[in-house]
Design a protein around this ligand. Structure first.
Ligand SMILES: NC(=O)c1ccc[n+]([C@@H]2O[C@H](COP(=O)([O-])OP(=O)(O)OC[C@H]3O[C@@H](n4cnc5c(N)ncnc54)[C@H](O)[C@@H]3O)[C@@H](O)[C@H]2O)c1
Length: 450
């Protein structure tokens, strides 16, 4: 058998996935970004081409779509669509969050599940990749409505998950409250206290310390490693952050703890600039307790102003952390960041930077960290939560944060090493894609054609 060249093989896989998944733009974007990195890896490992690794990797092992009926506070019956994509379990049970947001569709869940495979591999924890969610919009819904929705969602999902098969967690629109309702319904139906079936649980009933903070903290630890490698740091530097949810809030908190100043946060209505540095406790009060819009922060804080609409990337800073959602940082944003002298862009969110913007940033010599590597701290801490649940043990805060910090150093190290090995030192996109891919590909090869 004559093998095609790596380039020809990649073109072929890209064409087939493009045909088979036409109408799934986010998924195709995520796949093509990975494929573009892999030619040097395939040149070194022809056995991956021979073993059909890529053809198998781009096709989820299983995709579930289900009806989620629930009753609102007025007594009206509502119907949403639920998803769980079990993408790849070569390295361990499927692991990845649930997203509740009106923009959720199969393409979004597949892109997230695909990215999750490589991210999870990079953490060195034994977890495969998956993702799920619903087009349910929790904003403006009462606690009782959210609870009924979560119970209905879990009534179907329960058949497909388990601590050895698939372990969901949170994502956009799914935080501690939703995980609580989901776990309650799982426990009620199965009559088992299977703590390891969901992560992001309350710390009083099986949750891990620092899980809430882990993604945001981890992204900042990754930024610190990346800057340290070139003899720089976070201290004394001005940062802009987009989003005001879980990832954004704890990225801001860690930036300030390390001596930087984070001056922005945003939501879909606009952004705030606080020249005195974001008051994290006030931000938590507004977003986590009041569940209000970010503009409320500026009403309560004299040093802050709210900009309706607009682009947070226009605010001058040396460090930028996109922590809201996919494709939120495009070419115009990248140009503004470069013009203002940005030094590093670190993705807290999944795929927040468009491919064209990534290229602009890299060409301008900006240090760029892809979410696959930089936001892996959340899922890594979820894996630690699973270990603690299995061992019926509980780590304290210090141990949990130290372990997170170590893992982020390892993720950075593996990513950088792969960027060197495959010929583009400091290209963290190439590094994350190739390091993650090799680990999964090796396991798939050893497990046969399944
Ligand atoms: N929670 C985690 O552990 C985790 C782990 C890895 C990656 N992520 C990624 O981080 C990102 C944020 O997730 P989160 O957990 O903080 O969710 P969240 O629900 O806590 O917050 C989401 C934030 O994004 C903002 N947002 C959503 N859609 C927007 C839009 N169209 N325009 C502007 N802002 C928008 C929301 O206003 C909110 O501030 C997502 O890309 C998610 O996939 C989360």
């Amino acid at each position: 058998m004559t093998l095609p060249t790596p380039e020809a093989h990649l073109r072929d896989v890209s064409r087939v996935v493009g045909q088979r998944s036409a109408g799934e733009p986010e998924f195709l974007q995520a796949v093509r970004e990975v494929l573009e990195s892999l030619a040097p890896v395939l040149a070194e490992h022809p056995e991956f081409v021979e073993g059909g690794i890529l053809e198998r990797l781009v096709e989820p092992e299983r995709q579930l779509i289900f009806r989620v009926p629930w009753t609102d506070d007025e007594g009206l019956v509502r119907v949403n669509r639920g998803y769980r994509v079990q993408f790849n379990s070569a390295l361990g049970p499927y692991k990845g969050g649930l997203r509740f947001h009106p923009s959720v569709n199969l393409s979004v869940i597949k892109f997230l599940g695909f990215e999750q495979i490589f991210k999870n591999a990079l953490t060195s924890q034994r977890i495969g990749g998956g993702k799920g969610g619903s087009d349910f919009d929790p904003s403006g819904r009462s606690d009782a409505e959210v609870m009924r929705f979560c119970q209905s969602f879990m009534t179907e999902l329960v058949h497909h998950i388990g601590e050895h098969t698939d372990i969901p967690a949170g994502d956009i629109g799914v935080g501690a409250r939703e995980i609580g309702y989901l776990f309650g319904q799982y426990r009620r139906i199965t009559q088992r206290y299977e703590a390891g079936v969901l992560t992001g649980k309350g710390v009083g009933w099986g949750g891990a310390e620092v899980r809430t903070e882990a993604t945001g903290y981890g992204a900042v630890f990754f930024a610190e490693e990346m800057l340290l490698r070139v003899g720089e740091g976070i201290e004394g530097r001005r940062a802009i952050v987009s989003g005001s949810g879980n990832v954004a809030t704890y990225a801001i908190e860690k930036i300030q703890q390390l001596g930087g100043t984070a001056v922005t946060a945003s939501d879909s209505g606009g952004y705030i600039v606080d020249e005195a540095g974001i008051d994290v406790e006030l931000l938590k009060q507004v977003k986590e307790v009041e569940r209000a819009r970010i503009s409320r922060y500026a009403e309560l804080r004299p040093s802050a102003r709210f900009v309706a609409g607009g682009s947070v990337w226009d605010v001058p800073a040396e460090l930028a952390f996109p922590c809201a959602t996919q494709n939120e940082l495009g070419e115009a944003g990248a140009r503004a960041l470069i013009a203002n002298g940005v030094r590093a862009v670190v993705e807290g969110a999944n795929m927040p930077t468009t491919p064209a913007a990534v290229e602009l940033l890299q060409d301008a010599g900006v240090l760029f960290a892809p979410g696959k590597a930089a936001n892996a701290g959340g899922v890594a801490t979820s894996a630690l939560e699973m270990s603690q649940n299995a061992a019926r043990s509980r780590w304290d805060r210090d141990k949990s944060e130290t372990r997170l910090h170590d893992i982020m150093r390892e993720v950075h190290g593996a990513t950088y090493a792969a960027s060197e090995r495959y010929g583009r030192p400091g290209d963290y996109v190439l590094g994350a894609n190739s390091a993650g891919f090799v680990r999964v590909a090796q396991a798939m090869l050893e497990q046969g054609v399944i």
